[in-house]
Structures are given as structure tokens and as C-alpha cells.
Design a protein around this ligand. Structure first.
Ligand code: KIV
Ligand code: NA
Length: 271
């Protein structure tokens, strides 16, 4: 398979082929995900929870992210992988200034990322523009933004009332206008995610707990393998069920997303 590129991701969005994203934090899982046909690997700061045992992503540092991004990139190089690598800018590494965001993004790009992801709307649009104008592809992240869990008051569905839905919608448009090419929508009502997917032809929405109509889907690796230290979120499906290997579980996930069999709105999403 040809390396996944930004034009290819945009083409998939425009043709309606679902984009499959999965998190990975090390070389071997990244290589297996690549072989299973995952389009994008997210080196998520969820590693703070699943690898480091934290209760949130707030304590993850840029150095942690650099290290895991390098591990993933090295694993993909070993197998001549073709997967697009997105790396999370951690809490505190982009809030201070555009210059700080650029320096942090450069660290992750030098470690092997193809794109960086940052959370939030409003104040983030000028930051996204600053990065994209300088040749750094950016993935936005709206809805439940785990780095601000303490301000949000918990891990709960976002954008349910008309006012927050409208704010989320205007943030999404501003981020797409600023040059964001992917946009994670986490725990937002399925109808709102569907609307945004239609309204943003140049920015592919990637849902997690956001219904089936988004341009793509993402899950945390450990969740989809049925491993969780806490409570399994409602939007997760255990893809190990009926499989006898992790490679098989990843192939099942890729196939279910590509064929529109996962997620199921009534089961995995919110109205
Ligand atoms: O860190 C992460 O894994 C994420 C996904 C849940 C979107 O940001
Ligand atoms: Na994250």
C-alpha cells in the first residue's frame, strides 16, 4: 500500500471512505496496526492513563510524547509502514503562545510525527493557522477534551444544549478555516457530528463516541482490546471478542469501520 498522505486522507473524506484511526504507543503495536490496515496511528496522550496509570492526561509531558512518538515511528520504519502518524501536543505545551506551540510541534515532527493534534476551540484557531502556515499538518479535537477535564467537570458528553452546540459548531468552522485537516469529535451528539461532517469538506471528522456519520473513527488501543483499568466507556466495542490474536482484533476493527458496522448509534453514541 502507498503511504497514507494528507491528500489521500482528504480524498477518502470526499469519496466517503471511512478513515480508521487507532492509538499506539510503541513500536510493535504500531507495526501490527499498520499491517492490519489502520490508516492513522494516534500517539495519544491517553498514554498517560493506559501506560503510566494516571487518572487523566494532565500530567503527560512533551518529553513523554516525544519518546513514544519516536518508538512508534521507529516501529513503522522497521516494517516499511505506510500509516499516517498523528501525535498529541500534551497539556501545557501549546497554551502559552504560538511560538511555544511551534517549538513543541517541531519536537514531535522531528520524532517522526506527520501531524500534531491539539485540544480546544476559540483561542486555538490562530495557533492552528500559525502551525499550518509553517508546514505542520494539524488535527483539531473538540467536544470532550480530556486535558481540560477539571474545567469541564468530568468525562461527560458535550454539546447537548443549543448554546454549547452552537459554540462547538463555530469553533469547528474556525479551526477548519485555520487549516485543520482532521478533527477529532469526542463524546458529542451524533446529529451534531453528522452536521459538522457535512459542513466541513476540507476537514475530516474523526469520531469517538460521536456516532457513525463522521468521516472516520478512533479508539484507544487498550479499550478496543477489552483492557481497561477503570470503567469501559459506552462508545467502546471489545474487538478481541471472537478473535484469537491482537492482529485479528485490529483487522476486525478496520473492517467494521470501513463497512459502517461500527459504531452503532443506538449503542455507542449519544443523542
Ligand atoms: O489521547 C487519545 O487517545 C485521544 C483520543 C481518545 C482521540 O486523544
Ligand atoms: Na489525547
Amino acid at each position: 500500500r502507498k503511504p497514507v498522505s494528507l491528500p489521500r486522507l482528504m480524498d477518502m473524506h470526499q469519496r466517503g471512505e471511512k478513515i480508521v484511526m487507532l492509538t499506539a504507543y510503541d513500536a510493535t503495536f504500531a507495526a501490527v496496526a499498520d499491517h492490519a490496515g489502520v490508516d492513522c496511528i494516534l500517539v495519544g496522550d491517553s498514554l498517560g492513563m493506559v501506560c503510566q496509570g494516571r487518572h487523566s492526561t494532565v500530567g503527560v509531558s512533551l518529553e513523554h510524547m516525544r519518546y513514544h512518538t519516536e518508538c512508534v515511528a521507529r516501529g513503522l520504519r522497521r516494517v516499511q509502514g505506510t500509516t499516517w502518524i498523528v501525535a498529541d501536543l500534551p497539556f501545557g505545551s501549546y497554551q502559552q503562545s504560538k511560538e511555544q506551540a511551534l517549538a513543541s510541534a517541531v519536537t514531535l515532527m522531528e520524532a517522526g510525527a506527520h501531524m500534531v493534534k491539539l485540544e480546544g476551540g476559540g483561542w486555538t484557531a490562530p495557533v492552528v493557522q500559525f502551525l499550518t502556515e509553517r508546514g505542520i499538518p494539524v488535527c483539531a479535537h473538540l467536544g470532550l477534551t480530556p486535558q481540560t477535564v477539571h474545567a469541564l467537570g468530568g468525562f461527560r458528553v458535550q454539546g447537548r444544549d443549543a448554546q454549547t452546540a452552537q459554540a462547538l459548531r463555530s469553533h469547528a468552522h474556525a479551526l477548519a478555516d485555520a487549516g485543520a485537516r482532521l478533527m477529532v469529535l469526542e463524546m458529542v451528539p451524533a446529529a451534531l457530528a453528522a452536521t459538522l461532517t457535512q459542513e466541513l469538506p476540507d476537514c475530516a471528522t474523526i469520531g469517538i463516541g460521536a456516532g457513525a456519520a463522521t468521516a472516520g473513527q478512533v479508539l484507544v488501543l487498550h479499550d478496543m482490546l477489552g483492557m481497561n483499568l477503570g470503567k469501559m466507556p459506552r462508545f467502546v466495542h471489545n474487538f478481541m471478542a471472537g478473535q484469537d490474536s491482537i492482529a485479528g482484533a485490529m483487522r476486525a476493527y478496520v473492517q467494521a469501520v470501513k463497512q459502517g458496522q461500527f459504531p452503532v448509534d443506538a449503542e455507542h453514541a449519544w443523542a
